[in-house]
Design a protein around this ligand. Structure first.
Ligand code: PMP
Length: 453
């Protein structure tokens, strides 16, 4: 009880208090600017989770380039958060910045396609495989629409999701598994519907559980990430994905793979690298180099079924789409990203850097005999303050140590390294330098020395 993940509580509290003070003391301009201007926003932030970062107050960012982010106090930080994947290929990749400047002279949104749309379609297929594409603005929307298509085509109500998953703020997925029962997640704001009418939760890596849920005959689709990246990082067992494919087909359900985070795996994402075979593929966040864009693709035969269902429905709103989606700026950025940024070469560079980072962090953990471990999926690295391996969302929830992790994050930030909030995720972009990686490993070592020595 006196220790959290092997760390003495008093040491942790001492570190947390000192690092919070140090963060604030270094940022007089930020403090003054927030005091003068933040009051215009609900709870003083333009998006609520900017307040959920572990720092005493948010950094006010003056600019970001490559893998470096600079705040208005002039402090340069090595950015391993990279907008929680939105900037996984680095901030403002030059081909994307150029595309934005060019398109800015040609209009920003028309509700009509541009020639670049056609080029984007070709590049999406070349990158991800034989799908028929639609463009949305957020991965949340792309998942929402994918799910709607699955229900429309199968005529079934439920989505099967894995306990602890996150696919954006898609209401339908906000269920949990408690004592073997699917329930609404606790804490949902303003949710009055019984979500269990449209969802069933199963543990990740539990094919028997998936088979039992599908046997009810009411599941339209399984929606999953290839790796659970939002519940620490839980890897699939050998054969898990093949099992999902087989069971989905056997029970007439569709398989939706959400690649939004696992695009880190390599060119074409985890699906391409590991030869998965989804009916629907979703990719968001960094797919257009940081310009708000997501895509969802249907296998050709599913696309035909969807078109037929759509043609035969009663007139009126379909419930699909948003006005600014598939705008010409998105297409310009998709083309630039797919053709010039999301390249084999860049993925190879990311792989080298991330493997250096994972090895460095593992070495530090071992040297301090911390009961922790490191998991990596391509460019995506996570340290987990619990012994390995984690096999599902329940184990991941038990491994998560918010108090310890928050103190660590601020301590790393004070040593020049920003990692993703809410868990311990680090991304290596093509722009990330070896010395930035080595600095993060050294900072991690320094903090663990204080916590464990
Ligand atoms: N899918 C996955 C796997 C995600 O992790 C997230 C966000 N973290 C989303 C979808 C939703 O993305 P967005 O918030 O951009 O809609």
């Amino acid at each position: 009880a006196n220790r959290i993940a092997g760390v003495a509580r008093d040491r942790l509290e001492k570190l947390a208090a000192r690092e919070a003070k140090r963060f604030a003391a270094a940022r007089p301009r930020t403090r003054a600017a927030l005091a003068a201007g933040a009051g215009a926003f609900v709870d003083a932030v333009p998006m609520h989770w900017m307040k959920d970062w572990p720092m005493p107050f948010p950094m006010l960012v003056a600019g970001a380039e490559g893998a470096t982010i600079t705040d208005i106090d002039g402090i340069e930080i090595d950015d391993f958060c990279l907008g929680d994947t939105g900037s996984m290929f680095g901030h403002s990749p030059e081909p994307v910045a150029r595309a934005i400047r060019r398109q800015a002279r040609l209009g920003l949104t028309y509700m009509l396609p541009s020639p670049a749309a056609l080029e984007a379609g070709r590049l999406l297929t070349a990158t991800f495989g034989d799908f028929r594409w639609q463009v949305a603005t957020t991965a949340t929307d792309a998942n929402r629409f994918a799910l709607r298509v699955a229900r429309a085509v199968t005529g079934r109500p439920k989505v099967l999701v894995f306990n602890g998953c996150y696919h954006g703020t898609v209401d339908d997925t906000m269920v949990a598994l408690v004592d073997g029962q699917t329930v609404n997640r606790p804490g949902l704001l303003g949710q009055f519907a019984d979500l269990t009418a449209g969802a069933v939760a199963v543990e990740f890596n539990d094919l028997a559980g998936v088979a039992a849920a599908l046997a009810q005959g009411d599941v339209a689709a399984i929606l999953t990430e290839p790796v659970m990246t939002n519940s620490c990082m839980v890897l699939p067992d050998a054969g898990f994905h093949a099992g999902l494919r087989r069971l989905a087909t056997q029970h007439g359900a569709l398989l939706i793979i959400d690649e939004t985070h696992t695009l880190s795996s390599g060119h074409g994402g985890y699906t391409k690298v590991h030869d998965l075979d989804p009916d629907i593929l979703v990719v968001g966040k960094c797919v257009a180099g940081g310009m708000p864009t997501a895509v969802w693709g249907l296998r050709p035969e599913l696309a035909d079924r969807y078109v037929a269902v759509n043609a035969n429905r009663a007139s009126g709103h379909s419930g699909m789409g948003t006005t600014l989606s598939a705008n010409p700026m998105q297409f310009a950025c998709l083309v630039a990203t797919l053709a010039e940024v999301m390249t084999q070469d860049n993925h190879a560079r990311m792989e080298v850097g991330a493997s250096r980072l994972a090895a460095g962090l593992s070495r530090v953990i071992k040297a301090h005999r911390a009961p922790w471990h490191v998991v990596r999926v391509g460019a995506r690295v996570e340290f987990i303050c619990a012994p390995s391996p984690l096999r599902n969302g329940t184990e991941a929830a038990a491994a998560h140590q918010p108090q310890l992790e928050a103190a660590l994050h601020v301590a790393l930030l004070n040593r020049g390294c920003l990692i993703a909030p809410f868990h311990n995720m680090m991304l290596v972009s093509p722009a990330t330098r070896k010395r930035q990686i080595d600095r993060l490993v050294a900072a991690f070592d320094e903090v663990l020395t204080e916590l464990f020595a």
